[in-house]
Design a binder for this molecule. Structure first.
Ligand SMILES: Nc1ncnc2c1ncn2[C@@H]1O[C@H](COP(=O)(O)OP(=O)(O)OP(=O)(O)O)[C@@H](O)[C@H]1O
Ligand SMILES: O=C([O-])CC(=O)C(=O)O
Ligand SMILES: [Mn+2]
Length: 532
């Protein structure tokens, strides 16, 4: 039996997916929640939020992500960063997955990636879990309901958590698999219930497709000034650096929290929803995001709650530190209705420096911006990837290496051209440690980071006095209203100045060692910005 609304000429059978149990097409939120409850997938929480746990996998599995090595992509994929899978392995995987799916209920959503209709792709999600269907409905963009009847997908994602891959037969690494096949226009996900894999698979796809059209795909959040979309800011950053937290700014309009494109028409969100970390989330520091945790249909992943009152425990990280909530953009009161912005006037690169060396804000020249973009320094915070339990310094190029199918220079050069032609101002913002490294110092107060960003975005910071950082050569403001002077100079926040200097020297060397791999591919001015 099939239920719901769908293009009668584009059912699963038309895609040669046969023999399933009931198939539910494009159910809306109430029906999906009802189905998920009936299937025992989770619990209804306060305000109608939907509470789920995901078992063993509570973060992404980047090492289990494969790109199928077909002739058409063999020369353009960055294979050092993307594990290959043979076409034969993929075909066997697909056949076995289809066999496994037989007789089971499936939930289908027909959705779009990309708020700019000129550059969007249509994606069909075929999912075993009703709550994954709810999640992806929040996270992607929805066609008008009447357009569902003519919807044809450019790509199809099949997500079957109960399926276990066979590494030998399927040419993958483990029982968990994410396999992307550009020729067959299929993405197969198996062996994990973590919802983030659904959305990040489309991000990887767009990161491959868009550069060919001259569009820069970015792991960044974005917002714009109230009433003035031309005054757009984007915030690059690896997971946990503050893209979601800082883009939800009560004084600006939210465009999106995680994935955007920059075309010659301006910026556009790939998504229609947000996926926020909820660990230590507080109503005081992040009121807008906090409020979504009691809204109808918000998906709350891996949070501990009181079984009697359903109150969420934001401190309890016993299931994972990567607790999350997913909600549609319009659950944030000042979100953009179009999810479109102008050409970024300010580009913020967020880094969570657990060494406590980098200043809370620095101004970058375009060459320095390119240097930091290619470097992608941060610390991975606990939980978003399997096996990470405390901050772990890392260089993740383009602030999102796990999602980049092409070589870093492809993205670096695109960004560089766009910064040059639109004259964006670039900043490096450390949302990590101050007053010492992880273990002795403390995380940068959100209030201070916000005050610094406000000054950067309203233009007042440009008027400040700047000093040159002796370690990295960028400019650091000396005085900013609302922020203690001392905080602006990390060395002053450390009790032991020698320890700071030693740590700074070590970090500069880590940057230099990492950057050596890009030197053959880059221009002299960026090389000159490569200090150390
Ligand atoms: N100074 C700060 N600035 C930003 N975030 C901070 C700061 N101090 C602590 N945090 C915390 O760090 C976390 C930032 O997570 P956030 O969801 O914004 O990351 P993200 O960059 O959007 O990651 P992802 O790509 O995984 O979604 C939040 O839990 C936030 O409360
Ligand atoms: O993908 C996820 O699971 C969450 C996220 O946004 C990231 O890690 O960058
Ligand atoms: Mn992200």
């Amino acid at each position: 039996m099939t239920f719901g609304r769908v293009n009668p000429g584009f059912r699963l059978e038309d895609q040669q997916i046969n023999g399933l149990g009931n198939v539910y097409y494009n159910l809306t939120e109430p029906a999906l929640i009802e189905a998920a409850l009936k299937r025992g997938e989770g619990t209804l929480g306060n305000g109608g939020a939907f509470l789920v746990t995901t078992g063993k996998f509570t973060g992404r599995s980047p090492k289990d992500k494969h790109v199928v090595k077909t002739d058409s992509v063999a020369d353009t994929i960055w294979w050092d960063n993307n594990a290959p899978m043979t076409p034969e392995g993929f075909d066997a995987l697909y056949a076995d997955m289809l066999e496994h799916m037989k007789g089971r209920e499936y939930f289908v959503q027909d959705l779009t990636g990309g708020a700019d209709p000129k550059h969007s792709i249509d994606v069909r999600f075929v999912q075993e879990l009703a709550w994954h269907n709810l999640f992806i409905r929040h996270m992607m963009r929805r066609p008008e309901r009447e357009d569902l009847e003519t919807f044809i997908a450019d790509f199809t994602v099949i997500n079957c958590p109960s399926f276990k891959a066979d590494p030998k037969k399927h040419n993958c690494r483990s029982e968990t698999v994410i396999a992307m096949n550009f020729d067959r226009k299929l993405i197969l996900i198996g062996g994990t219930e973590y919802a983030g894999e659904n959305k990040k698979s489309i991000f990887s796809l767009l990161n491959y497709l868009l550069p060919e059209k001259g569009i820069m795909p970015m792991h960044c959040s974005a917002n714009h000034a109230v009433g003035n979309p031309v005054d757009t800011a984007i915030f690059f950053g690896l997971s946990g650096t503050g893209k979601t937290t800082l883009s939800a700014d009560p004084n600006r309009v939210l465009i999106g929290d995680d994935e955007h494109g920059w075309s010659d028409r301006g910026t556009f969100n790939f998504e229609g929803g947000c996926y926020a970390k909820t660990i230590n989330l507080s109503a005081e520091a992040e009121p807008e995001i906090y409020a979504t945790t009691e809204k109808f249909g918000t998906v709350i992943e891996n949070m501990v709650f009181d079984p009697e009152t359903f109150e969420l425990d934001f401190k309890d990280d016993s299931l994972t530190a990567n607790m999350r909530c997913a909600y549609p953009l319009d659950y944030i009161s000042n979100a953009s209705t179009t999810a479109l912005g102008g050409h970024p006037k300010n580009i913020i690169m967020l880094t969570c420096d657990a060494f406590g060396v980098l200043p809370p804000i620095s101004r970058l020249t375009p060459a320095q911006a390119m240097y930091h973009f290619l470097s992608g320094f941060t610390s991975k915070v606990a939980g978003t990837e399997r096996g990470v339990t405390e901050p772990e310094p890392t260089f993740s190029t383009c602030f999102g290496a796990p999602f980049m199918p092409r070589r870093p220079e492809v993205y670096g050069n695109l960004l560089r051209e766009k910064i040059a032609s639109h004259g964006a101002t670039c900043w490096l913002v450390n949302t990590g440690w101050t007053g010492g490294a992880y273990g002795s110092g403390q995380r940068m107060p959100i209030k201070a980071t916000r005050a610094l960003l406000t000054a950067a975005l309203d233009g007042s910071l440009a008027e400040a006095e700047f000093r040159k950082d002796p370690n990295f050569g960028f400019e650091v403001p000396v005085k900013v209203e609302g922020v203690p002077d001392m905080l602006l100079d990390p060395r002053r926040t450390w009790n032991d100045k020698d320890a700071y200097d030693a740590q700074a020297t070590k970090l500069v060397q880590m940057f230099a060692d990492n950057f050596a791999q890009y030197v053959p591919y880059i221009d002299d001015d960026v090389k000159a910005a490569a200090i150390g």
